[in-house]
Design a protein around this ligand. Sequence first.
Ligand code: HEM
Length: 313
Amino acid sequence: MANTKHEFSATVGIAPSPVGVQEPPPIADPTPAPVAAVERREFVRFARAYRALHACMVVSFLTLAVTGLSLKFSYTSWAARLSHIMGGFETAGYIHRFAALLMFGTFTAHIVGLVRQKQRNKTTWSAILLGPNTLIPNKQDAQEFVATMKWFVGLGPRPEYGRWSYWEKFDYFAVFWGIVVIGSTGLTLWFPVFFTRFLPGSFINVATIIHSDEALLATGFIFTVHFFNTHLRPEKFPMDTTIFTGHMPLAELKRDKPREYAALVASGQLEAHLEEPQPEIVVKAIRFFAWIALTIGFSVVVWIIYAMLFAYR
Ligand code: HEM
């Protein structure tokens, strides 16, 4: 906000003068005025391990979606062209399985990371799962959801979100659920002989339907709702790089997560979470990667809509 004349005078130590009275020219002050320290450092929201895991998740999910959907819509011209680029439908199937291994590896590394974090911090599961920074949805999320709906229609202020907003928690558990359902049915399709030793043969058909439809749901959700919540909100448009750089400007933390900011200030821990920004070249490389990911995601949504409207079988 621009300073008023009075505020400006107060900051530089000149008494405000009545309108119309000629001020004498300012006398140069030999001692420089104290300049407010500009905070260059940024808040570290995600540690390096989490950024790496999210990048692996992006690569594996995009690969699974592109290869899987080209198999699902193999009768459309775009799927035939795409699989031709990948080396044919059979090769697309192999790439799909390879990307599935990457996703399982990412999931396992995340769980192992959580266990290690608990040991390192010498804390308990209940402190992690029920503490103020939990990813488990709780009563406060329900209240913030209602408050957000009111804010959308101008009936209240923007809620004071904490470390995780209710929609971020939803996204997190959508991935958990998706990996369990899509992963288990995918393994059944991969190793049908093994699974039919103890499951009826008809389960393979059921697994195909669940895998295929849940994949469609997951792809549709991630490339529309998740992309919108994360990148297309007016405050973030056209892209939020926090999950890749790990950093967010302090002003953004104050505005987006005021409850987390207040808790960090109150506990005196904010300083320990500040770092110099990533080098320009790193940010540029990250933006390039993120633009590719967003473009593939949006293209997949367009392909799905086209296939559903004009070619669904
Ligand atoms: C994470 C573990 C996963 C495993 C183990 C897995 C495994 C498989 C296997 C073995 C097939 C059959 C491929 C073939 O016929 O050559 C398949 C098909 C497919 N997968 Fe996956 N998959 C996984 C994840 C995903 C994900 C995340 C998506 C989409 C986001 C996906 C989408 C599909 C689709 C659409 C098909 C084609 C189904 C159809 O024919 O209707 N998969 N998957």
